[in-house]
Design a protein around this ligand. Structure first.
Ligand SMILES: [Zn+2]
Length: 494
């Protein structure tokens, strides 16, 4: 008789989705029937929701009881509804459940109802499934936030970090509520999103006679502390002390009213990336690393020949091709090109079609990312089978080479999943007009150096120059092209 156990985990939030206990139970029963496995009703173990959240497997009472029963009764089979029911922390299921069982029951067969093959933790697909389960559990945990906070508040061992109330908020009935300083926080994030440095932000606030959180003038570190605090996007961090040495942090989204949209965080991360790639924003060479000599196919360098004569400063800035020596006055380039670039941006911002074409562009990116994920998964699977062969032949050296590749691919996979998250923010920013409204009436405003340069980096792909042809501006297909969301995965061809 092929006896088997079944394992069901109740969800921690109310839901009508197909994860209810009854549905899990019937799927597991069907699976057992199909596989000709004997599953008595009393062999179905049900884990209660509250005991499952974010705990490692060995802290799940029913799972551990199941492990003991399987060993005691010598039943080496169990059916889980799906991977996310097995584990939320990804690896502890293997450490606390799979491996100890395997040592006692060598014929161990762990199934999920969506696969005919027994679970094997060394199989890449299972690693991926666990990774995805982790992602999903994060999303689910957001929905469960309010309930969990109540649970956490009643637990004395849990301390919320720094009982200090963040600048811009006040406490009302133990909840953070924006106060009269909230606008200053929003303003700081707004300035940062336009590439204004923290030092400059502090100066602007001091010039406006706004006093710092603890009174007195603003410093770079005060501004930095605000910009780095996740509390302003509505997130709340809780630190749970498991024992004296170990502390785990949990992040809850939408815990209170946010002062800034997540989009600002995404924008700023991209601004930093752009500066790493093209050089600083605060430079008189607005087109730094954007001008290409059409003749030599190389980027133009900058030349600063400014001098001071009779106490007066004379600025002489040039863009130069080091190969053919073609030289352009920076001022002339700026006077000619900047109005054209601004016109392009303004046209985009007011054009009704921009929104739909941008969505279309983002859809293409979405598609590419998904394809890349499938591609990486295939490569991981391929590596795993090569790894098996290497193992069989005792070729440790080759195995190690494969492991290096595997680590690389798993990193790429993580990057791709991150890109998907960023993409979601971009979709929302376009839908809500948060993005294009930034450029409305741009031509009417007085823009500083950093803002202008940031705009050029977003919208201009490159400028082609040469002694024989007129200057040519190549615009980016979409401003979101500057986010390089599909870069991950492209270099993974093996
Ligand atoms: Zn040249």
């Amino acid at each position: 008789m092929n006896l088997t156990f079944g394992y069901i985990r109740r969800s921690s939030y109310k839901q009508i989705e197909n994860n209810s206990v009854e549905i899990q139970k019937s799927q597991i029963k069907n699976f057992a029937h199909r596989k000709s496995l004997e599953l008595p009703d009393e062999f179905i173990v049900i884990e209660e929701a509250t005991s499952a959240y974010s705990k490692r497997a060995n802290q799940r009472k029913e799972l551990m009881r199941l492990r003991e029963m399987m060993i005691e009764m010598n039943v080496p089979r169990v059916i889980f509804y799906e991977a996310s029911r097995m584990d939320r922390t990804g690896y502890t299921f293997v450490l606390d459940f799979y491996r100890p069982l395997m040592s006692k029951l060598p014929n161990l067969e762990i199934y999920t109802t969506n696969s005919d093959e027994p679970f094997n933790p060394d199989n890449e697909y299972n690693k991926i499934a666990l990774l995805i389960a982790m992602q999903e559990s994060e999303i689910k945990s957001e929905r469960a936030t309010s309930g969990l906070i109540t649970v956490l508040e009643n637990n004395e061992k849990i301390i919320r970090p720094g009982s200090k109330i963040p600048f811009g908020y006040k406490h009302v009935k133990k909840k953070l509520v924006p106060d009269e300083n909230a606008e200053i926080v929003t303003f700081i994030f707004f300035l940062q999103s336009w590439g204004v440095s923290m030092h400059k932000i502090a100066t602007i606030l001091n010039d406006a006679s706004i006093s710092a959180p603890l009174g007195g003038p603003w410093g770079t570190s005060t501004v930095e502390n605000i910009l780095k605090n996740p509390v302003y996007t509505g997130k709340l961090l809780w630190h749970v002390h498991k024992n004296r040495k170990k502390t785990t942090s949990f992040e809850f989204r939408e815990a209170h009213e946010s002062l800034i949209d997540n989009f600002f965080v995404v924008l700023n991360e991209n601004n930093i990336k752009l500066q790493n790639k093209y050089g600083r924003l605060d430079t008189p060479f607005l087109f730094l690393n954007k001008l290409e000599c059409q003749h030599c196919c190389r980027l133009l360098s900058t030349q600063n020949a400014s001098t001071t004569r009779n106490g007066k400063k004379y600025y002489y800035h040039y863009y130069v091709c080091k190969q053919c020596k073609y030289k352009l006055s920076a001022n002339k380039v700026h006077e000619l090109l900047i109005p054209k670039v601004f016109k392009h941006i303004d046209d985009l911002a007011v054009n009704d079609k921009t929104k739909s074409s941008t969505i279309e562009y983002l859809n293409t990116i979405d598609h590419t990312i998904k394809e890349n994920i499938i591609n990486v998964e295939k490569q991981l699977d391929n590596l795993a089978s090569k790894g098996c062969i290497a193992k069989e032949h005792g070729d440790r050296e080759y195995e190690q080479v494969l492991e290096v590749f595997q680590t690389k691919l798993l990193k790429t996979l993580t990057e791709l999943v991150t890109s998907q998250g960023v993409l979601q923010e971009l979709f929302e920013a376009v839908h809500s007009d948060l993005f294009f409204s930034r450029f409305n009436s741009l031509l009417k405003s007085e823009l500083g150096t950093t803002e202008t340069r940031l705009l050029l980096l977003y919208f201009v792909d490159k400028i082609l120059v040469s002694s024989e042809n007129p200057i040519k501006i190549m615009f980016k297909e979409s401003p979101f092209a500057s986010f390089h969301l599909t870069d991950a995965g492209q270099s993974t061809e093996t």
